[in-house]
Design a protein around this ligand. Structure first.
Ligand code: IVH
Length: 661
């Protein structure tokens, strides 16, 4: 038989066998047969390299070695999910969606414990695989992804598509691997997630190939582009393309059915051959998803219910009280240090008096602590039967532990507050907040230094930051504070004067104003004067600003006019700089070249847009070019870009990016 035909036949036969075995879990040929055909294929490919196919299973054995991980910028950021931990919180998630006027159907999915991956196919061929990284930029792990047999090298349609899912290791694979490692005297891998993550972060793909990694696909970032407007349809679509899609996924009508699903899989969890650490709940309708949108970090249309990870017992040695920036008093558990889910826990918040009483805690009790994943530890209960009689009852304090002022508790609320505006504890917390990264970002002024300066009397209110220079002599004699750190601090303070308005707004600590709302206000009002003069009605007309927030903002500026005036006199910028200096993760700081014509924008308009976002636009392609925009009838720049392996945006991708500006 003709070698070319035989190669094609073997590729098809082996890929089908692969798909049946790894994706459908339904073997059609024996391992011996598979190996025999694969050897035949490899021999033929060696003899006739010109006939080797892009989707040849011989590519899966590994062998490609890279010298470093290249970065891949995700076309759409890869977001993580918010967490919920109990039925009430699941119902709160549903309530928030209903409040937005949506009556959703949900898709429940298993939350696979591995690491997320983005896969890009062009003309149906796997082009790249990338880790999530920080969500915007991930690492190129294509060489290792190709070794994962559940991931198709070629899909069933000749289309461009990105899909996302989880790379993971089956429980049994980890057990076997650790048995081998033990025999070889190698350190054991802690859990399936570390094992999977460690495997894809190998430069030599032979190692990943041996690790028997697996994959589930659960997310299609751009469903509407394929005429799909239901998540459940996106899942079947991806399944039909040849991806491994989990058959436990279930479309449900309401939140009660979500809870049933959670209960069902809490039971089944241990009998599933791979590790799951929770249940993911997603709104099924893509239009509803879009309506709900995102917070700064998470989609509002999905959440992860996390199984309680582990529970350990330790001794509650004391309960101490701290005072927050708003004067809120928090009781904190002081614990005998104990290891929970991989880290040592010695403190845990007890939220408020009611929380402590509802658990019936006594000082000296043996208490249970739980921690799910990387989440904050919580005290979940007490072992009354282990009391010895020396335990002391918990007593809520009635005076501020710092300034002695009598605490107040508003009617109907659970928290106690120190009402003293000048309480030192409140002062310190407010100062720390002002200098923090998302606020004024004053480098070199960590929490402890701020506390020291506060105690020395150099810092009592936020305007004092900008008078620290006047304490130069006193500061320089403080332990651990040299000339260099002093100068660095002054530079950081100077720099902070040029921050865009939202950083100041966040730093002021206006009750209820997080960094996202601060940005919203800064963008809307443009400068602080407009904001200070805004009426409650005007504030309410802004999307996402409700009654309480509007009142808070209004009152804050009525009561703090002097402070704002003093800050102005210190030359602190009070304008929103976003308009002048627009940024975009895909454009800012990047070098662009364009070739061919884009249908909806002229070359000059594109150049102006890129420059507006602080990107550079140049005429010729070089190694330094980051992106080549390719339109209709491209010239030789296109070939050069391909040759140099430069990122190419076609019209559709370019449109996607500018649509979101
Ligand atoms: S959906 C915008 N579905 O859990 C949608 N994530 O804690 C993003 N994960 O980063 C993800 N199973 O790595 C989704 N069925 C599932 C998942 C899942 C596991 C992981 C994923 C994500 C993390 C969030």
């Amino acid at each position: 038989m003709d070698a070319k035909l035989r190669i094609e036949e073997l590729v098809k036969l082996l890929n089908d066998a692969n798909y049946n075995y790894f994706v459908l879990d339904n073997p059609t040929i024996t391992d011996q047969e598979y190996d025999k055909y694969l050897r035949e294929l490899i021999n033929l490919e060696e003899k006739y390299p010109e006939y080797a196919q892009v989707d040849s299973p011989s590519k899966r054995v590994g062998g490609e070695v890279i010298d470093k991980f290249n970065k891949i910028t995700h076309k759409i950021p890869m977001l993580s999910l918010g967490n919920v931990f109990n039925e009430d919180e699941v119902r709160d998630f549903d309530a928030r969606i209903r409040k937005a006027g949506i009556n959703p159907e949900y898709v429940c999915e298993l939350k696979i414990d591995g690491l997320s991956v983005s896969l890009i196919y062009e003309h149906g061929i796997l082009k790249s695989g990338a880790t999530r990284g920080d969500g915007v930029v991930g690492e190129d792990i294509t060489h290792n992804v190709k070794t994962i047999k559940a991931i198709p090298l070629k899909i069933n349609r000749d289309i461009d598509i990105e899909v996302r899912g989880e790379i993971y290791m089956d429980k049994e694979t980890l057990t076997k691997l650790n048995r081998e490692r033990e025999l070889e005297g190698l350190p054991l891998l802690q859990n399936v997630r570390n094992a999977a993550a460690g495997s894809v972060r190998q430069l030599d793909s032979k190692i990943a190939a041996k690790r028997n990694l697996n994959n589930w696909i659960y997310h299609l970032p751009n469903p509407l582009d394929y005429g799909i407007d239901k998540h459940m349809d996106a899942l079947s679509f991806m399944k039909d393309l040849g991806f491994k899609v989990n058959s436990n996924n279930r479309l449900v009508k309401n939140i009660d059915e979500v809870i049933d699903f959670i209960n069902e899989y809490t039971e089944k969890r241990d009998s599933i051959p791979y590790e799951i650490d929770g249940i993911v709940i997603k709104v099924n309708d893509i239009h509803e998803q879009q309506e709900l949108g995102f917070t700064a970090k998470y989609p509002k249309w999905a959440t992860a219910y996390k199984f309680i990870a582990s529970e350990v017992l330790t001794k509650l040695t004391d309960i101490i009280f701290t005072v927050g920036r708003t004067g809120k008093i928090t009781p904190n558990a002081v614990l005998e240090p104990v290891l929970v889910a991989g880290s040592t826990v010695a403190r845990a918040t007890l939220h408020n008096e009611d929380f402590v009483n509802s658990l019936g805690l006594m000082i000296g009790d043996v208490v249970s602590i739980h921690k799910a994943g990387d989440v904050i530890p919580e005290v979940t209960g007490t072992k009354k039967e282990r009391r010895t009689g020396v335990e002391k009852p918990f007593q809520m304090i009635s005076e501020c532990p710092i300034c002695g002022t009598k605490l107040i508790k508003k009617e109907g609320q659970v928290d106690h507050y120190c009402p003293n505006q000048n309480c030192p504890a409140r002062g310190i917390e407010a100062l720390i907040h002002f200098a923090s990264r998302d606020a004024m970002n004053i480098d070199g002024l960590g929490d402890e230094i701020i506390e020291d300066f506060f105690n020395e009397g150099f810092l009592t209110k936020i305007t004092d930051f900008y008078h620290l220079k006047e304490h130069e002599d006193d500061i320089l004699v403080l332990e651990g504070f040299g000339r260099k750190s002093f100068d660095n601090m002054l530079t950081a303070l100077e720099n902070s004067k040029h921050n865009s308005l939202e950083k100041l707004l966040f730093g002021l600590g206006i009750p209820g104003i997080g960094s996202k709302t601060a940005k919203l206000l800064a963008e809307y009002f443009g400068n602080i004067d407009n904001l200070m003069h805004a009426s409650v009605e005007e504030l309410l007309s802004i999307k996402d600003i409700g009654d309480i927030l509007a009142e808070n903002i209004y009152n804050y500026f009525r009561n703090n006019q002097n402070l704002i005036y003093e800050l102005k006199m210190l030359d602190i910028n009070m304008n929103y700089l976003g308009v002048k200096k627009k940024t975009n993760e895909f454009i800012t700081g990047k070098k662009f070249v364009m070739t061919g014509a884009i249908s909806f924008m002229s070359r000059d308009e594109i150049k102006a847009l890129i420059e507006e976002y602080s990107g550079t636009f140049s005429e010729s392609v070089s190694k330094k070019t980051d992106v080549v925009i390719v339109g209709e009838n491209p010239g030789s720049k296109y070939d050069k870009a391909k040759e140099l392996g430069i990122t190419i945006w076609n019209e559709e991708m370019f449109k996607n990016i500018i649509d979101k500006l």
